[in-house]
Design a protein around this ligand. Sequence first.
Ligand code: ZN
Length: 133
Amino acid sequence: MWREIPQRYRLEGAVCKNCNFSFFPPRTICPNCGSKELNLQNFSQSGKVLSYTVIRKPPSDFETCEPYPVALIELLEGVKVICQLTDCDVDEISIGMPVEAVFRKVREDGEDGVVHYAIKFRPLTRDGNLSKK
Ligand SMILES: [Zn+2]
């Protein structure tokens, strides 16, 4: 679990040295050409919504029973990510809407204190400021 946290935190993906295909999350083999020559790369945390759907029956371990939107997001590098949208009403979502990644606590397990995090995306603020870190 701990090993997964840095890549989720930094939105770390990989770029294939052979075919230049970039993808997220990183894998050991390029899904495009099968090469194992990969460079890890931190992707930008902003992109736009390509399509979305609203999940009406979330799994029981989610923190909320409200319907939640899941979007296919294209990052500035052209990498496509499927991710939950947060901080927005379902009616606000539109195709092409600019979004940015945020790092959210999903749940906290009691005894060992393990905290689960996930990247979610939220609409970019209307003044266009990106929270670049
Ligand atoms: Zn490749």
